[in-house]
Design a protein around this ligand. Structure first.
Ligand code: SF4
Length: 696
């Protein structure tokens, strides 16, 4: 490896900030600013800046581990791979292919996600594959598909945000989850635009807003309906746009009119004057956007909730027009690409549907298999985890840590423990890997080349910048070796570019068409937005990519966006005498998701050493709890204990816990796996709890 700077991207969130990495003589890597990447222009948050620390072998697994007499002990690669192949083969023989489960991650590159989906369906013949991205943005994806006929997180580049007139940010704390993105919102305000933040907490993001609405958790759907009611009542609809570019308005309008402002105020706690001011700020400028994140999406009615916000955009003519639109701020590094290429239970590469005969034929031809041999759709992520140890007897898990990140986590942990066989590929011994029969140490971001697709739909090239420690192999090598051992000796290359070339063909003609994207283009063009189709021959494709979607037409059959009529309904668990408080969960700036990587970084641990329970002074006073006192949060699923953090920035009826930690303070011990009927997204964002003082 040369000692020159390699331009690449952060391993963590969907912003996929650019950075330069240079190998240092002592075997470490030096990180430097990469100002040419337009998304972050050199800026990084603390997670990205310290990411090289996770490359150090001090915190890494550097040898395969196999369980022997109850303990994980080092083993050779041959022994470990043989054990996994035998575990999967035996399960398949004794219980059938669907007894083998595969669970992926939103951090896997496109090449890995693609290969994992192919491995599940071609090598194992199982329908039981899904990934943790289901927990991230699937409700927004489902709502986008219903309304626009296509799901791409943002249908426009981030650089459009400063030029619009108003942004409503629903349930997103960008100041902590992706700090470099705040620049776009600061520029928006400098340009005279306004920012409205909707969040039950006065977060660091909300503090920077022109208007902050703090609805009761789980009522974003009612809030959007109340706003739409006022839009109609105040004559602010764009009738020409509705007529020419949409269908279904009358039914959506009727639902909105049933949600009069005073009723919405009672449901949400947001006052009628605040609702009116929001409508004024959103409707007066020529252009405006609504951006949602996990707040409205991680609900048992997440798809309808996002649908209500999309309806607001459509009724006001703010979708598919320059500087206007609805977008989802995808969370995980490759949450977007991960769902486009086949590790989601119901999808084939190119965002094709597994139930579509033509899609099956196309992909089967690329894979060289009989279309009829491809299994149908499988269970969604939580349902798959819930079936472990019963219908699903063996699990191959890659790039995920559900013991910390899944809802009702103690139950999920029990299900994982009840498996006949568990194999985990990871870079560290995560809480889930610690339960495995075999653990494989794999390469990570800076040690391998691959593509990711950021929240804008921009496909990026993450380049290899450093040689991995001895004893580590890539996920692609693992799947190649396992396929070979399970009788499939071709079709699983270990070279990422070779995989990408196949992915291009598999995606060609699909909704997420990558066929016009090549590694060469990605290296030269700083990313290419999909869809990017090409005509054969495809060696030198010229399609410019599609930064902005829907300006001419939506991706529906008739080219019109569809209003979807939605109505307010309660959360799966409303407060009662036994559980009178609402819990909402989220992230802090110095940790990432389950913390498997960031909890290994000293600087991040110093900044965010452990969980806490954020509660209002009035609630704290009722409990007799002072700042830092341990408090217990109890739901129908379990009990978590963490120090109190008392702040008037949260509603008195709500407590907040970050979800990055295992053990006694694990927030997901409490969360509710109630699923959205369409997206199968669990209701992480709201459940009923009681809060108790803990006697010292
Ligand atoms: Fe990495 Fe996201 Fe931080 Fe950027 S904002 S440095 S992509 S974690």
């Amino acid at each position: 490896m040369q000692n020159t700077a390699t331009p690449t991207h952060c391993p963590y969130c969907a912003l996929q900030c650019g950075m330069n990495l240079t190998p240092a003589p002592d075997g470490t890597v030096e990180l430097s600013e990469r100002a040419d990447f337009p998304v972050n222009r050199g800026a990084l948050c603390g997670k990205g800046r310290t990411a090289p620390a996770v490359l150090s072998s001090r915190v890494r697994l550097t040898s395969p581990l196999v369980r022997s007499e109850g303990t994980l002990v080092p083993a050779s690669w041959e022994e470990a791979l043989d054990r996994i192949a035998e575990g999967l083969r035996r399960t398949r023989t004794e219980h059938g292919p669907d007894a083998c489960g595969v669970f992926g991650g939103g951090g896997l590159t496109n090449e890995k996600a693609y290969t994992l989906g192919k491995f599940a369906r071609v090598v194992l013949g199982t329908s039981q594959i899904d990934y943790n991205g289901r927990f991230c943005m699937s409700s927004a994806a489902a709502a986008g598909m219903k309304a626009f006929g296509l799901d791409r997180g943002l249908p426009f580049p981030l650089e459009d945000i400063p030029k619009t007139g108003c942004v409503i940010l629903v349930g997103s704390n960008l100041a902590e989850t992706m700090p470099p993105s705040l620049r776009f919102f600061n520029e928006l305000r400098e340009n005279g635009g306004t920012l409205i933040v909707i969040d039950p907490r006065r977060t660091k993001t909300a503090e920077q807003a022109d208007l902050h609405l703090a609805p009761r958790p789980g009522t974003d759907l009612a809030l959007a309906l109340g706003l739409l009611h006022l839009v109609v009542a105040e004559g602010r609809t764009d009738e020409e746009y509705i007529r020419e570019r949409t269908t279904g308005w009358e039914a959506a309008r009727a639902e909105a009119l049933a949600h009069w402002p005073e009723y919405v105020e009672r449901i949400t706690g947001v006052s009628v004057p605040e609702l009116r001011e929001t409508v004024r700020m959103f409707c007066e400028p020529e252009s405006a956007m609504v951006l949602t994140a996990r707040g409205p999406e991680q609900q048992s009615k997440g798809t309808d909730t996002v649908g209500a916000w999309i309806n607001l955009c459509l009724a006001t003519g703010r979708a598919g027009r320059p500087l206007s639109g609805y977008g989802c701020l995808t969370g995980q590094g490759n949450g977007q690409g991960g769902r486009e290429h086949g590790q989601k239970a119901d999808q084939l590469p190119g965002y094709r549907k597994l139930t579509d005969p033509e899609a099956r034929r196309h992909v089967a031809e690329v894979w060289g298999v009989d279309p009829d041999s491809l299994p149908g759709p499988g269970r969604s992520a939580y349902e798959l985890l819930d079936a472990l140890g019963t219908d699903i007897r063996a699990l191959l898990l890659m790039g995920s840590n559900p013991v910390v990140s899944a809802p009702r986590a103690a139950h999920v942990e029990d299900r994982i423990k009840s498996l006949d066989f568990l194999a985990v590929c990871d870079v560290v011994l995560s809480e889930t890997a610690a339960l495995a029969d075999v653990v494989l140490p794999v390469t990570q971001w800076a040690e391998e080349t691959g593509t990711t697709t950021n929240l804008e739909g921009r496909v990026l090239l993450r380049r290899k910048a450093i040689t991995p420690p001895d004893g580590i192999r890539s996920d692609l090598e693992v799947m190649h070796e396992l396929a070979d051992r399970l009788g499939v000796d071709k079709g699983f290359p270990t070279d990422p570019e070779e995989v990408f070339e196949e992915l291009r063909r598999a995606s060609a003609g699909g909704p997420a068409d990558y066929s016009g994207i090549t590694y060469r283009r990605l290296a030269e063009e700083n990313g290419v937005f999909w869809p990017c189709p090409t005509e054969e021959p495809a060696e030198e494709p010229t399609h410019p990519g599609t930064p902005r979607l829907f300006h001419d037409r939506f991706a529906t059959e008739d080219g019109r966006a569809r209003f979807v009529p939605v109505a307010h309904r309660a959360t799966a668990e409303e407060p009662d005498d036994e559980y009178p408080v609402l819990l909402t969960t989220g992230r802090v700036v110095s940790q990432y998701q389950s913390g498997a990587q960031t909890r290994r970084v000293d600087e991040l641990n110093a900044a965010a050493p452990g969980p806490f329970v954020e509660l209002h002074p009035r609630l704290a006073a009722r409990l007799g709890a002072a700042e830092g006192d341990p408090v217990a949060v109890v739901s129908r699923r379990g009990r978590a204990v963490a120090p109190a953090r008392i702040t008037s920035a949260i509603r008195p009826d709500t407590v907040f816990m970050p979800f990055h930690w295992p053990g006694e303070g694990r927030a997901n011990t409490l969360t509710n796996p109630a699923l959205d009927p369409t997206s199968r997204m669990p209701e992480f964002k709201v459940c009923a709890v009681r809060v108790e003082a803990v006697q010292g």
